[in-house]
Design a protein around this ligand. Structure first.
Ligand SMILES: NC(=O)c1ccc[n+]([C@@H]2O[C@H](COP(=O)([O-])OP(=O)(O)OC[C@H]3O[C@@H](n4cnc5c(N)ncnc54)[C@H](OP(=O)(O)O)[C@@H]3O)[C@@H](O)[C@H]2O)c1
Length: 325
């Protein structure tokens, strides 16, 4: 059995050589379950953990990379979890793990287990909190979502659309934009790699922008801010544009925010875990019936994990980045 440890602190975009495959020592303990991990979650926040910039976690060289996983119980010392059952927990990037019962979550029945890491997991909850509790889009409003195909963006977009909003995605490249329209039902999608990104966004949002779910920051955020309506709401959720940078770039010019009397709200999913049951009550039936779509970007085998994480941080993933073990 193997695990993935940090060999050196990444500089810029992480690469496979920043990691090393090590033997997976699995401690055991009381009242918990020994787990065979089936899916690893690759998440952008881990880049911040690796550079010591994350608000909650840090790691040292040689540590196994932390992170969520979906696993099968292979041995249990607690009656709550039985052999053969699938659970979700912070397994880290390892093939086997032991977790105490209070750090395991049962999976909803009749949905693919991997969804517990994306649309029905932490990213889905982030989208739910951002759209339902903060943006609260109304019928006919225009909502813009960046990183449009990822688990946060695609779930946020569909929740906004279900509230009656017109939803415009922002994604990198013509292929991703075509997929956003075809598979995720966006009303429009704009490629931010194009030189005419600003005018193209304006064209896609003829009534300007009422809500923006920002997953990237940087130039994309700055451009969207130019097109806000009066009393627009903006959720600042992620900063893909700067996770790989050693220096924090100079911030966007916030003048348009003032002119639009807009509200910018910082979102941290940790504050919203009490909303998980409400989120699952609503989204599980939608996923089960195919009314809530999601994309997954699957790599195979523990050895493929470092390269799959590098692809995510280069922005080359299409959908929730996971590794099937
Ligand atoms: N605040 C919170 O509590 C919270 C919780 C969960 C996630 N997040 C944040 O939400 C965002 C989306 O997360 P996710 O898991 O759904 O990831 P994701 O969308 O699957 O992957 C990130 C995407 O960001 C896009 N991107 C835009 N600019 C980029 C750049 N300069 N470099 C690399 N990629 C870039 C890429 O797609 P395109 O190039 O096509 O846009 C890439 O596929 C991340 O910023 C994450 O940190 C925040």
């Amino acid at each position: 059995m193997h695990a993935v440890a940090l060999k050196r602190f990444p500089v810029g975009v992480p690469c496979a050589e920043d990691f090393v495959i090590v033997a997976n020592d699995v401690p055991s303990g009381d009242a918990g379950a020994r787990l065979r991990v089936r899916y690893l979650s690759l998440d952008p926040y881990l880049r911040g953990v690796m550079s010591g910039r994350h608000m909650g976690h840090s790691m040292a060289l040689g540590d196994v990379v932390p992170g969520g996983g979906v696993a099968e119980v292979i041995d249990s010392t607690t009656p709550e979890f039985v052999r053969g059952e699938f659970v979700q927990g912070e397994t880290g990037w390892r093939e086997e793990a032991f977790l105490p019962a209070d750090r395991l979550r049962k999976l909803p029945p009749d949905v693919p287990p991997s969804t517990a890491l994306g649309v029905l997991g932490m990213p889905g909850l982030t989208a739910f909190a951002g759209v339902r509790d903060i943006l609260q889009p109304r019928e006919g409003e225009t909502v813009v979502v960046s990183a449009a195909l990822g688990p946060v963006g695609s779930t946020a977009a569909q929740l906004a659309q279900r509230a009656g909003a017109r939803v415009v995605g922002i994604a990198g490249g013509a292929k991703k934009c075509a997929m956003a329209l075809k598979f995720l039902g966006y009303d429009a999608c704009v490629d931010y790699h194009r030189d005419d990104f600003g005018p193209a966004l304006q064209l896609a949002c003829p009534n300007r922008i009422d809500c923006y779910f920002d997953n990237v920051g940087g130039r994309v955020l700055e451009t969207v801010l130019q097109h806000l309506n009066l009393r627009a709401r903006v959720v600042l959720c992620g900063l893909m544009d700067q996770y790989n940078k050693s220096e924090r770039p100079p911030g966007p010019n916030l003048g348009p925010v003032i002119a639009a009397r807009a509200t910018l709200t910082g979102l941290v999913v940790y504050d919203h875990f009490a909303r998980l049951p409400a989120m699952l009550d609503e989204l599980v039936p939608l996923v089960r019936s195919g009314r809530l779509k999601y994309l997954e970007d699957v790599a195979y085998g523990i050895q493929a994990t470092p390269d799959a994480f590098a692809r995510l941080m280069r922005g080359e993933n299409i959908g929730k980045a996971i590794v099937a073990l």
